[in-house]
Design a protein around this ligand. Structure first.
Ligand code: ME8
Length: 658
């Protein structure tokens, strides 16, 4: 047992500018599952989450909403807390960067950095992306001179500012990334070394004077702390670092796991360790970096408008099924694609058919053949050895995968055991044994082995699905003591004369078609209607002859984009409605090419479109641009044919075409 051993795990603290969505859910539920798993193993766990509430973006949003920044963040921080409660996220501490004790620590951190010579005053000249709260150097901007993260415009910015000497830690950071396993998966560390350290680390601008919503620097009050220094500090201020509110640094620092998505890896793998080195604090043990949950190939985010509401899904299918689905679908370190179909099929196959069915069949058989209580006389037989051997190896295998934060693989491992148990039923055919009075001891043994396997599987699934697994365990007659972690590598823990208790169906089967229709009507990708309506657009407009100057041509903005979804326009047999990832988000373009292309043929194509064409409505559908195509006459029958202009798939979305 690991009594007295401490374990500290953190999620990022979320920006309150976005309503929580299923993307946010992933990191937090993943950390919750790990925290619950470690508690089950007897660790003394500190699980931290919270909200990141300062910065220019929030100041602006509050202004737009006509409220003070504090009123604005209060409301949204509450939404996050409500969501976590709803999905059974059992955190130990929730930090808000507007909490007084945190602000005090941040001021102390700045003071220490200054005293130790890691801060200096200079002038900041550079590019600032307001939505990402990030400064970028010229060389880091994307091919269009925009923010490399969100591809929005960046602002030229010059102001007096304090700088953190990140460059002084270059060598140490390279060592951290190349010689330790701090960043997981490992290949992500290589990405950081090549993209940031090799080209030369630059010092980071860590104060702003152009807005006021933030922590004032104690030695120069017109300066506000850079929101990332403020935010990253939360991992130690929440333990009481330099604030006196808590006294948990000695027990929980360094953190065992920081979990983040790839977009904020560089802050956690470069600036954060450098700050800790500057403060003479030990470094966290692991930074686990996961990919995005995408919707139709694009990162799920509020700004793109493709947000899936966890409350809607939870109401429909139960919170446990949603938790299971997102954790099971995300491969370690890479992106996963969300779709209603994938989710429903996953719930049906793994939870309703495999796990749920195993529990209900087994309990029903104990009920039917033995009136709910197994007799103590049992007889071993074929197939038992294989089942037992696999069952006792399960907990150590899952433990290893959870420690490596490979939760999808951990769940796969458990589900393989569940399938094995279902196969054992087919192999041992209890319904045939039940017909022969001589075989009753064998039947009792088979059912006992099934109950034991379910005990192990349900106990290991409990951190992932904390609402229903206790119910499953209750149905098979397991007591709390039977589910203790060290008993999960032992077969034969349930009492020989165990009594089962029939209960509700754990995961009802979902009617796929009906549900998809329902979900598509309530959760859909961006359908933002443009306010401008120019009436119909004539596709022939561009055929007009006439010479134009280069300046005139330059007015037309052509860009590349990927078709991520396509369907026919309901009221037309000519028009197709394309959803295009234009590098900044999704735009809808309606095009008269239905005669030449089937919708499914277009998905995945990299095309060129006119990006600054005034939006128009075609058959009631907004079209935000126009795709380029070539009109040709077919050699075969002389009929007109339209071929879309395609570009090399390697060209990034949103690239300007000249
Ligand atoms: O970056 N798929 O906050 P944030 C997977 N405040 N994960 C996603 C996701 C998606 N589609 N969308 C969001 C910030 N996330 C800073 C963090 S930490 C000191 C400061 C998750 O609200 C993912 O974990 O933009 C990502 O790292 C986090 O939300 C960022 O949330």
């Amino acid at each position: 047992m690991n009594k007295n051993k401490n374990f500290y795990i953190t999620t990022p603290i979320y920006y309150p500018s976005a309503a929580p969505h299923i993307g946010h859910l992933y990191t937090t539920v993943a950390c919750d599952a790990i925290a619950r798993f470690k508690r089950k193993q007897g660790y003394n766990v500190m699980f931290l989450t919270g909200t990141d509430e300062h910065g220019q973006k929030i100041e602006q949003k509050a202004k737009e909403a006509g409220v003070t920044p504090k009123q604005y963040v209060d409301e949204i921080a509450e939404k996050f807390q409500k969501l976590w409660k709803y999905v059974n996220v059992d955190y130990d501490r929730f930090i808000r960067t507007t909490d007084e004790y945190h602000e005090k620590s941040v001021q102390n951190i700045y003071r220490t950095l200054l005293e130790k010579g890691y801060l200096y005053k200079s002038e900041y000249k550079g590019k600032y992306c307001t939505p990402c709260e990030s400064f970028w150097t010229e060389s880091q901007l994307d091919e269009n001179g925009r923010c490399p993260e969100c591809h929005r415009e960046v602002k030229e910015s010059t102001e007096e500012a304090y700088f953190f000497k990140l460059s002084a830690f270059s060598e140490k950071l390279e060592k951290l990334l190349t010689e330790t396993d701090y960043v997981q998966p490992e290949w992500r560390a290589k990405e950081l070394v090549n993209n940031f350290i090799k080209p030369g680390l630059e010092d980071v601008c860590v104060s702003r004077t152009s807005f006021t919503w933030g922590v004032k620097l104690p030695f120069d009050e017109k300066h506000i702390a850079y929101v990332w220094i403020d935010a990253l500090s939360n991992y130690i201020t929440a333990l009481g670092y330099e604030n006196g509110k808590f006294d948990d640094m000695k027990d929980f620092w360094p953190a065992d796991v920081h979990m983040v998505a790839k977009d904020i890896m560089r802050f956690h793998a470069l600036i954060w360790p450098a700050m800790l080195m500057a403060l003479d604090l030990p470094l966290p043990k692991k930074l686990s970096v996961h990919g995005y949950i995408n919707f139709n190939g694009v990162k799920m985010s509020k700004s793109i408008g493709n947000v899936v509401d966890p409350f809607v899904l939870g109401e429909r299918y139960g919170v446990d099924a949603i938790r299971y689905h997102i954790l099971r679908e995300m491969p370690f370190g890479s992106d996963s694609d969300y779709s209603n179909e994938i989710m429903i099929n996953r719930i049906n196959s793994d939870l309703a058919n495999d796990f749920g069915n195993l529990v209900s069949r087994t309990v029903a058989m104990v009920d039917r053949y033995f009136g709910g209580t197994l007799p103590e006389t049992r007889e071993n037989g074929d197939f038992d050895g294989d089942l037992k051997e696999m069952a006792v190896k399960l907990a150590p295998a899952v433990e290893k995968l959870v420690d490596e934060t490979k939760l999808s693989l951990a769940l796969t491992e458990i589900m393989t055991m569940v399938s094995r148990a279902n196969k054992y039923i087919d192999e041992t055919t209890p319904w045939i044994l039940a017909k022969d009075p001589d075989k009753i001891p064998r039947l009792a043994c088979v059912l006992y082995n099934l109950l034991e396997t379910i005990r192990i599987c349900a106990s290991l699934l409990d951190p992932f699905m904390p609402q229903l697994m206790p119910k499953a365990l209750e149905q098979i007659g397991a007591s709390a003591a039977d589910t203790e972690f060290e008993k999960l590598s032992v077969f034969g823990v349930l009492p020989a004369n165990v009594t089962v208790k029939k209960g509700d169906i754990l995961f009802p089967r979902i009617d796929v078609e009906k549900e998809i229709e329902y979900l598509n009507s309530v959760i859909a990708p961006n359908k933002s209607e443009s306010k401008t309506d120019n009436g119909s657009v004539n596709d022939d407009d561009l055929d007009g002859a006439g010479v134009i100057t280069i300046d005139k041509f330059a007015e037309v903005k052509l860009r590349t984009g990927k078709v991520i979804a396509c369907e026919k326009v309901a009221k037309s047999n000519k028009l197709l409605k394309l959803q295009i990832n234009d590098g900044r988000g999704i735009r809808q373009i309606v095009s008269g090419i239905a005669k030449w292309y089937k919708p499914e043929d277009l998905v995945g194509k990299k095309i060129v479109f006119v990006a600054n064409l005034a939006p128009a409505k075609l058959c009631g559908e907004v079209s935000q641009g126009m795709v380029l195509s070539c009109d040709i006459k077919s050699n075969a029958d002389g009929k007109q044919q339209v071929i879309l202009l395609e570009v090399n798939p390697d060209v990034p979305d949103g690239t300007a075409v000249r």
